[in-house]
Write a protein that binds this ligand. Structure first.
Ligand SMILES: [Zn+2]
Ligand SMILES: [Zn+2]
Length: 349
């Protein structure tokens, strides 16, 4: 239905499209009535809009080098996973008038917990989804928001470390003292890798609504009770719930740590069971959940443009909007990665 889809190869991260390219001129030749806004208002909004676009492309550029390294490493282990991650965020759909890009979102995401692009999007989506729910829970439940970190002794395997931590937390939350002090909690698991000792350090970051004061050494004692040997905990008050959410879900594993792992540990991370629950919630924050299937939170530069679609007028210049596909792989250097090698089958038979 008159869909104008073009593939443009872009050399710069700019969200602006080249106004001289022919297809754009052809697609934008429908005249429109002057804008509803006054000239001045449009000017201010446009400047804000451009600043936001720039900040956004900067974010992408920052994540790219580590992503490239991870893909290179992944290619040696899993052909399929490397290909998925290479495709992730390499092709973007833009809603544009030819001059202003109002929306841009990747056509495909790998959703891997070690993909810098996908984990960042996950944290953004989570903080957007949960803000209202947290505020609602705090209206009926009085208390202080705190960041509670529970850690375990280093573990040789990731699976083992995570399941021990999960078991310990299940016991911990059933404790009378926990129920008395903590009205609600939510948060995520995270792990780091120590190359010197060659083991994983798994921990749990929680945002909790604390009723009665609970000091660190008492928490530590209670935590040692359920773990037997681990007692390092931390609790601190936080002011900004939104910031806190982003903080606890910023990453599951840091890319740096991933690159330090020897092949066998790296493989363990890659092969970690799909659907391993990395986010938990309970108590009055039971509703604070991560909707895995929700729309991409990273796609809109400004959320007020979320309803615009192809054929609508651009709020800045009133030109007709259309969708284009933009190949970002060249800009982010993914095209430099070798063409995928043929899979070498093991002759086990
Ligand atoms: Zn990804
Ligand atoms: Zn425009």
């Amino acid at each position: 239905m008159g869909t104008a889809l073009f593939i443009l190869m872009m050399k710069t991260p700019s969200t602006q499209l080249n106004p001289n390219s022919e297809p754009l001129n052809n697609a934008c030749n429908t005249p429109f009535a002057p804008s509803l806004d006054t000239v001045q208002q449009v000017d201010i909004r446009e400047r804000e809009f451009r600043a936001a676009s720039l900040r956004k492309s900067e974010r992408w550029t920052l994540r790219t080098p580590t992503k490239k390294d991870i893909i290179k490493r992944l290619e040696k282990i899993s052909h399929k996973d490397a290909l998925r991650m290479k495709q992730c965020c390499s092709l973007f759909k833009h809603l544009t008038c030819g001059q202003h890009t109002l929306r841009s979102y990747p056509t495909f995401r790998c959703k891997k917990l070690f993909c810098p692009d996908c984990v960042a999007e996950r944290a953004n989506r989570l903080s957007r989804q949960t803000e209202a729910k947290i505020a609602e829970a705090m209206q009926t439940n009085k208390g202080r928001l705190c960041l509670l970190t529970l850690t375990m002794k280093n573990a040789a395997t990731l699976d083992g470390g995570l399941s021990n931590l999960k078991k310990a937390f299940t016991q911990f939350k059933r404790k009378k003292v926990f129920k008395e002090r903590i009205k609600g909690y939510f948060g995520g698991f995270e792990y780091t890798f120590n190359p010197k000792t060659n083991d994983f350090h798994v921990h749990l970051h929680l945002i909790v609504l604390r009723g009665k004061f609970w000091n660190q050494s008492d928490i530590s004692d209670a935590w040692r009770d359920v773990t037997g040997d681990s007692f390092i905990v931390d609790i601190r008050e936080i002011k900004d719930a939104g910031k806190g959410v982003k903080e606890v879900c910023k990453y599951v594993v840091k890319s740096n740590d991933l690159m330090k792992m020897p092949d066998d540990k790296f493989l363990e991370v890659v092969k970690m069971k799909k659907g391993t629950r990395m986010f938990i919630s309970g108590g009055c924050f039971y509703n604070v959940k991560l909707d895995e299937d929700a729309a991409d939170a990273d796609d809109n530069i400004f959320s007020q443009f979320a309803d615009l679609t192809e054929g609508d007028a651009c709020p800045f210049c009133n030109e007709r909007l259309f969708d284009v596909l933009v190949d970002r792989s060249q800009h982010i250097g993914l095209h430099e990665l070798n063409a995928m090698p043929n899979v070498v089958k093991n002759n086990s038979s």
